[in-house]
Design a protein around this ligand. Structure first.
Ligand SMILES: *[C@@H]1O[C@H](CO)[C@@H](O)[C@H](O)[C@H]1NC(C)=O
Ligand SMILES: *[C@@H]1O[C@H](CO)[C@@H](O)[C@H](O)[C@H]1NC(C)=O
Ligand SMILES: *[C@@H]1O[C@H](CO)[C@@H](O)[C@H](O)[C@H]1NC(C)=O
Ligand SMILES: *[C@@H]1O[C@H](CO)[C@@H](O)[C@H](O)[C@H]1NC(C)=O
Ligand SMILES: *[C@@H]1O[C@H](CO)[C@@H](O)[C@H](O)[C@H]1NC(C)=O
Length: 401
């Protein structure tokens, strides 16, 4: 008889439906009540790495965010697109093609099931060509109706909450441009601050790399942390951003590529400005690199108990470092300099349902920017089951090829 494993308790199918019905009345907004997708749980043999979706050659997947219902939103570097990827059915759907731009980069959830995306013209060889093209857009799944206008004001939020009561999340999001940011050359990573309409942006402009803040409610942009606060001014661009909130302190983590250091952190105020000095956590890559490509790290996400996970882009590796012990003991958990499966990892995020909370989803360029020895393949979204990747580096060189 078919049955589902729920918190290690086997529930027969007949009573599962009753359980599911009661559960979905209590949690109408997410995937909490759904049975464990067999593709996430039934693979205790075989590789802990699974390709969820692969785009055609020369489609560089740049960033991703996970919806609370388990779906993955992925942006494309060399096409102004945002896609929705279903990690269970292993399908992908184009949600939107942004007009008058060439690229979609950082994406972050700004309030429940609403995401900010940085859209503009990203030119690898000369970022300054993007001047005048950048804007922040929102992709909102809350099914708000009305005159095509999402209001982020306190009044609007209250009204939206009333409108949304009991409504299921819509699959067709409401997408709109919030405001342009005319002064920047490029925007890379984006992160949000909990309970705030501010997002933080990894920005490069005429006076260098910095962290900008953008208020989704008002559309105003300003510098939050100037380049003088970061080491190696003039060298590396800031690439990935992540925030943590522990012991009443907000902290911003940042990665750099094209130079040293690799990553570090800075305590910040709620308005995004620095509350103390930047601390370098890892100076040099502590993993095998490809000599000809820019070194450093791209995407960053925070795991449980002080772990930091890095996507190394040109290094074709996923690395776990510890902020509690020493980040220089960083462990390579997947890939290698010549790997063609973990090819050009740009961003990574853990799953958000109880079924995939240990699964790290990666976006990959397929080697688009730094083909290295292996050439270019199609960009992908890949799932890494981290619960099965716990051995140290020496025992655990996972080559996806
Ligand atoms: C950005 O790229 C798009 C698409 O290639 C182009 O139409 C637009 O003019 C560019 N914008 C700027 C400011 O260069
Ligand atoms: C955000 O707001 C919620 C509800 O007011 C509160 O429970 C939570 O602690 C807040 N989180 C942070 C990080 O401020
Ligand atoms: C940001 O917040 C800090 C702490 O509340 C304050 O000292 C600072 O003036 C604020 N900066 C801006 C630009 O609002
Ligand atoms: C990667 O490929 C290059 C060129 O074929 C080779 O020289 C290098 O040793 C390889 N690196 C690893 C770690 O296998
Ligand atoms: C992908 O495209 C690149 C550049 O156009 C080409 O060099 C490479 O051979 C292609 N790879 C495949 C698998 O088609």
């Amino acid at each position: 008889m078919a049955s589902y494993t729920l918190e290690k308790v086997m529930i027969p199918r007949s009573s599962f439906f009753l359980w599911w019905y009661l559960c979905s009345l209590s949690f109408p907004q997410d995937a909490y009540c759904n049975p464990p997708p067999s593709s996430l749980t039934a693979s205790n043999t075989g590789s802990p790495i699974r390709t969820i979706y692969q785009w055609p050659n020369n489609t560089a997947v740049e960033n991703l965010a996970i919806r609370s219902n388990g779906m993955i939103l992925a942006t494309i570097l060399n096409s102004p697109e945002v896609w929705q990827v279903d990690p269970v059915r292993e399908t992908a759907t184009l949600l939107y093609r942004f007009p008058a731009a060439a690229s979609a980069l950082g994406i972050a959830e700004v309030e429940h099931d609403a995401f900010a995306v940085a859209v503009g013209n990203f030119t690898l060889s000369d970022l300054s060509e993007g001047l005048g093209s950048w804007a922040i857009w929102t992709v909102d799944f809350n099914g708000r109706r009305g005159n095509d206008h999402v209001s982020w004001s306190a009044w609007g939020r209250w009204r939206n909450k009333r409108n949304d009561r009991g409504r299921r999340p819509s699959s067709q999001p409401h997408i709109q441009r919030v405001a342009p940011i005319p002064s920047v050359f490029s925007i890379n990573g984006v992160t949000s601050i909990t309970n705030s309409s501010l997002i933080l942006l990894a920005v490069t402009d005429a006076s260098n790399a910095r962290v900008g803040s953008f208020d989704i409610a008002t559309g105003t942009y300003s510098t939050a942390i100037s380049s003088a606060s970061f080491p190696n001014q003039g060298g590396a661009d800031i690439n990935g951003l992540a925030t943590s909130y522990e012991n009443n302190q907000l902290t911003l983590y940042a990665t750099f590529n094209g130079g040293e250091p690799v990553f570090g952190r800075i305590p910040i105020h709620k308005n995004g400005t620095a509350a103390a000095a930047f601390e370098v956590l890892l100076d040099k890559p502590a993993w095998p690199t490809n000599a000809d490509a820019p070194q450093g790290a791209d995407g960053i996400t925070l795991g449980r108990s002080g772990t930091v996970w890095l996507a190394t882009n040109s290094g074709n590796q996923v690395v776990r470092a510890s902020t509690v012990d020493s980040p220089s003991d960083a462990v390579v958990l997947a890939g290698g300099p010549n790997d063609t499966l973990i090819a050009g990892p740009t961003a990574l995020q853990f799953g958000r349902t109880r079924w995939d909370e240990d699964v790290l989803y990666l976006s990959l360029t397929g080697g688009f920017a730094y083909p290295g020895a292996t050439g270019v393949v199609g960009g992908r979204v890949v799932a890494l089951d981290t619960s099965r990747l716990e051995q140290p580096f020496e025992d655990q060189w996972i080559d996806g090829t």
